[in-house]
Design a binder for this molecule. Structure first.
Ligand code: AMP
Length: 540
């Protein structure tokens, strides 16, 4: 017997309708490409999203078409997201920091029909345009600009397109499993692969990230997603923001520490989200300017492990609670977030710090397990010590990659993340490494993350990466690649000495290489693959 309750498909359009109706006057503040600020509201974002939905229809875009965006986090980008997905098309966000060849590959692979872009990326668009096979419309997310039109003759301008359209638009109703957006993984090997989210997965994921034990988002928040909208949909924050009607502050191209500190102070941001490299920049800038980032109550750190020194700096210097979270493109991304249970609330600071350094536990809606590397699906103990392959399943986890018929899952229906981790009895997750970054020294595993975290705690080190270098006797040994803080005087011996009372002797890196900078990926993660190519033979 079926229940007698109303059925409504879970659609992304319902989130912007909700924000437009119940939070019409909540601010959406956005930094433009020319660094000016636009202050708009959810009411206006809702209205413009309908105007742009009409514009897409007028351009001949059809249900299911892929519409690409190469843009910063800003209000026009936000409006276009809701217009595209809301009208049943697929919003394909693209990372502008990809190599042009990768960009061409993914636009052609997705067969994008239109390409929306911020003015900043005009040179990139011009360079790749001759190689794009499917794009029929180039839309600059801005007011009409003769200098852009001169360089890209058939370009159209977003502001002009929406000005020509009425604000009335009926969002179509369709199957909730319809595709809504598309993100390509960073693709460390081979071509990037597309992850195709659905309306249902996106709505359920949005509910989950708002929960108090996840990011705890409410209408009282002022949220700054520093994580770009092309990095797993800014971790779902633009949807969660509409769902709750919180104030949204979009940083545009201003991702350096000083710009972020200014945004946080000027607009009283209460919660901000980003990868560790972003926070390192913010901490340095705030220390220099003397800002206490007073409004900032929480910051969410994900994408890479949060070093202990960073957690401490936020708590002790800025009275800001850091929520460490784990996820990946294939998992929408939220797989776990670190929030205490009742029994943890009275633990000592040192014990609480240990918990906070873990990646936390899964919200309702996803399930985690660790398995034996050799046997693949054989589940290992949840004892906080045994480590194995981290696998996940749930409502917002990939089943197969875009355009690939074969399943991306294990024989028993789990997605293998490629991360190595432990889980404890309560499901608290501790990532020890990416399987490909682990160092195998004489048959024993060494975690590169642990060595990096320790190095980051050294007062004279600004950034640190540890890689496996080939070794004639031990197969692989750790090598530390470090960037010194400005004007710091630091020797190899001093840093190796620093490790001596913190880890077992055989885990101490064999060599230290000081560099001016560490290459970062488009999403701000250290490119260890590049470092391995550069320094992988440093011990031979
Ligand atoms: P991406 O799909 O590019 O976001 O990369 C996902 C990968 O980033 C994961 O598989 C992890 O290896 C890594 N990652 C994400 N969050 C964390 C975290 N909090 N701690 C450690 N690694 C993380």
């Amino acid at each position: 017997m079926l229940g007698n309750m109303m059925f409504q498909p879970l659609l992304i359009s319902s989130m912007i309708e909700h924000a437009g109706r119940y939070h019409a006057d909540s601010p959406v503040i956005s930094k433009n490409t020319d660094l000016s600020i636009t202050e708009t509201t959810w009411g206006k974002v809702h209205e413009n999203s309908k105007r742009f939905a009409n514009a897409l229809q007028a351009l001949g875009a059809q249900f299911g078409d892929r519409i690409a965006t190469i843009a910063w986090n800003n209000h026009r980008h936000l409006e276009s997201w809701y217009a595209i997905s809301g009208s049943g098309m697929v919003c394909h966000t693209i990372n502008p920091r990809l190599f042009p060849e990768q960009l061409v590959f993914i636009i052609n692979d997705a067969a994008d029909k239109a390409l929306l872009f911020d003015k900043t990326f005009l040179p990139l668009i011009k360079a790749v345009k001759p190689m794009l096979k499917s794009v029929e419309h180039y839309i600059c997310l801005d007011a009409p600009d003769a200098s852009v039109a001169e360089q890209l003759p058939d370009v159209q301008f977003y502001d002009e397109l929406i000005a020509q359209q009425p604000a009335a638009f009926e969002w179509p109703v369709f199957d909730e499993q319809t595709a809504s957006s598309l993100c390509y993984t960073s693709g460390t090997t081979g071509h990037p692969k597309g992850v195709l989210y659905s309306h249902r997965s996106t709505v359920l994921h949005s509910y989950a990230i708002c929960l108090p034990d996840s990011l705890n988002v409410s209408a009282r928040d002022i949220m700054l997603p520093v994580v770009p909208m092309f990095h797993v949909n800014a971790w779902g924050t633009p949807y969660a923001a509409a769902m709750t009607g919180c104030t949204l502050v979009l940083p545009g191209p201003g991702l350096d520490g000083a710009s972020l500190a200014n945004m946080i102070d000027a607009f009283k941001v209460s919660v901000a989200l980003g990868v560790p490299t972003i926070w390192q920049g913010l901490i340095n800038a705030a220390q220099q300017s003397g800002s206490k980032l007073e409004s900032l109550k929480r910051n969410v750190v994900g994408g890479s492990a949060c070093p202990p020194a960073m957690l401490k700096a936020f708590k002790e210097q800025f009275d800001c609670e850091t929520i460490h979270a784990w996820g990946m493109t294939e998992t929408s991304p939220l797989g776990s977030a670190c929030q205490f249970k009742a029994k943890h609330q009275h633990l000592s600071d040192a014990e609480q710090l240990q918990i906070r350094l873990s990646q936390g536990r899964p919200p309702f809606g996803v399930d985690l397990r660790i398995t034996d590397a050799e046997k693949g699906t054989h589940e290992l103990e949840r004892d906080g010590r045994t480590s194995g392959n981290l696998q996940i399943k749930g409502h917002w986890i990939i089943s197969n990659y875009f355009g690939k018929a074969e399943s991306a899952l294990t024989a028993d229906g789990w997605f293998d993340t490629g991360d190595i981790a432990t889980l404890n009895e309560d499901g608290f997750l501790k990532i020890s490494d990416r399987s490909k970054d682990l160092i195998k020294s004489g048959g024993e595993w060494i975690s590169s993350v642990e060595l990096e975290n320790l190095a980051m705690g050294h007062p004279k080190i600004a950034m640190a990466a540890v890689i496996a270098a080939a070794h004639p006797k031990w197969d692989e040994r750790p090598v530390l690649i470090a960037v010194k803080k400005p004007e710091a005087d630091l020797s190899d011996a001093e840093i190796l000495d620093y490790y001596a009372d913190k880890i077992a002797k055989w885990q101490i890196p064999d060599k230290v290489i000081f560099v001016d900078s560490i290459p970062l990926s488009g999403t701000g993660k250290m490119l260890k693959k590049d470092l391995r190519e550069l320094y992988g033979n440093a011990l031979l």
